[in-house]
Design a protein around this ligand. Structure first.
Ligand code: NAP
Length: 275
C-alpha cells in the first residue's frame, strides 16, 4: 500500500511543462498576480485578463524580462458573455492554445441580501458562476482533442456552509466547488486535470471589494496570498479534486461534518460580524 502511494507520488509532475500557455483570469490583483508569477517561474507563457489593463501590463513587462516568457494582456469584463467569446477569439488569433486555465476572477458582495442591489448581485453571479463555467466550456474541447489540460477553479471555504452576510456569494462558491469536483471525476483518465482551490480569508483586495471591514476572526486567520496560490497549483498538478489551504481552514471544513447545518450557518454568520 505504502509502496504504491510512493510510486504514485513519484509519477506526479513537480511542475508544468515549460512553453505551455496559461490563461489567468482576475490577473490584475490578489491571487491572480501570484498565479502569474508562480507560473512564470516555471517558464509558462501567460495570457492575463481582468478589466484593469495597467497592473497586468506592468506585471507582463516584469515577467517577460525576468523569465524570458511570452505574456499577452487581454483586458475583458468577464461578466459579459460576448467579452468571453471575444477573449477566446483573440487567443485563437494569436495562434496559441490554452493548456492551463486558472479560473480565478471573482468577487463577493457582503451585506444583507434584502439590502443588496440586484445589479451588483447579478454581476457577481455572472462572474463567479457563469464566466467560470463558460470559460471551462470554451477551453475543454481543445483540451479533449489534445488529451491534456489543467483547470483550476477558485472557490472559497464559504462554499462549505451557508454564510449569512455572504448568502449569494457562498452559494455561488458552493456551485464552483461541486461543479469542479464533479468535473474532476468526469474527466478522470482523459489527461485533463480539474482541481478546486477553496481559500479562507487571504490578503488580497477581496474584503475591500466586497465591502466588508475585516472581523477579528479574519484578522487573526488571514493568510498571505502567494502560499495559497502555490498550494492550488501543486494540487492541480497532482489532479486533486479540491484543496483547502491552511491548518485552521482545514479544521473548520472538517469540523462541519460533525455540526448540524443550522449551527453551521449560525457560526458562519457570527464569524462574519464586525461586532
Ligand atoms: N482573498 C480572499 O479572502 C478569498 C477567499 C476565498 C476565495 N477568494 C476568491 O479568490 C478569487 C480571486 O480574488 P482575490 O482574493 O485575489 O481578490 P481581488 O484582489 O479583488 O482580485 C479579484 C480579481 O478579479 C477581477 N475581476 C473582478 N471583476 C471582474 C470582471 N467583471 N471581469 C474580469 N475580471 C474581474 C479583478 O480585476 P479587475 O477589477 O481589474 O477586473 C481582480 O483581478 C475570487 O474568485 C475570490 O472569490 C478570495
Amino acid at each position: 500500500m505504502t509502496v504504491s502511494i510512493i510510486l504514485k507520488e513519484l509519477n506526479v509532475p513537480r511542475s508544468f511543462t515549460p512553453g505551455q500557455w496559461a490563461l489567468i483570469t482576475g490577473a490584475s490583483s490578489g491571487f491572480g498576480r501570484d498565479f502569474a508569477t508562480l507560473l512564470a517561474e516555471q517558464r509558462i507563457n501567460l495570457v492575463l485578463t481582468a478589466r484593469r489593463r495597467e497592473p497586468m501590463e506592468a506585471d507582463a513587462e516584469r515577467l517577460m524580462e525576468q523569465y524570458g516568457i511570452q505574456v499577452e494582456v487581454l483586458p475583458a469584463d468577464l461578466s459579459r458573455s460576448e467579452a468571453r467569446e471575444d477573449l477566446l477569439r483573440s487567443i485563437a488569433g494569436l495562434d496559441i492554445h490554452i493548456d492551463i486555465l486558472i479560473n480565478n476572477a471573482g468577487f463577493g458582495v457582503f451585506g444583507a441580501y434584502t439590502d443588496t442591489e440586484w445589479s451588483r448581485l447579478n454581476q457577481m453571479l455572472q462572474l463567479d458562476i457563469v464566466a467560470l463555467s463558460h470559460l471551462s466550456s470554451l477551453v475543454l474541447p481543445g483540451m479533449r482533442a489534445r488529451s491534456e489540460g489543467y483547470i483550476l477553479q477558485v472557490a472559497s471555504i464559504g462554499a462549505y456552509q451557508a454564510t449569512p452576510g455572504y448568502a449569494a456569494y457562498s452559494a455561488a462558491k458552493a456551485y464552483v466547488l461541486l461543479m469542479g469536483e464533479a468535473l474532476n471525476r468526469e474527466l478522470r483518465g482523459t489527461g485533463i486535470k480539474v482541481t478546486v482551490l477553496a481559500p479562507g480569508v487571504s490578503a488580497t483586495q477581496f474584503l475591500e471589494v466586497s465591502g466588508q471591514k475585516p472581523t477579528l476572526y479574519q484578522k487573526l486567520f488571514m493568510m498571505k496570498s502567494r502560499p495559497v496560490a502555490r498550494l492550488g497549483l501543486q494540487a492541480l498538478l497532482r489532479g486533486k479534486m479540491s484543496v483547502v489551504p491552511g491548518i485552521f481552514n482545514n479544521l473548520m471544513v472538517q469540523s462541519l461534518r460533525l455540526i448540524p447545518r443550522v449551527l453551521q450557518a449560525n457560526v458562519a454568520g457570527l464569524l462574519m460580524r464586525n461586532r
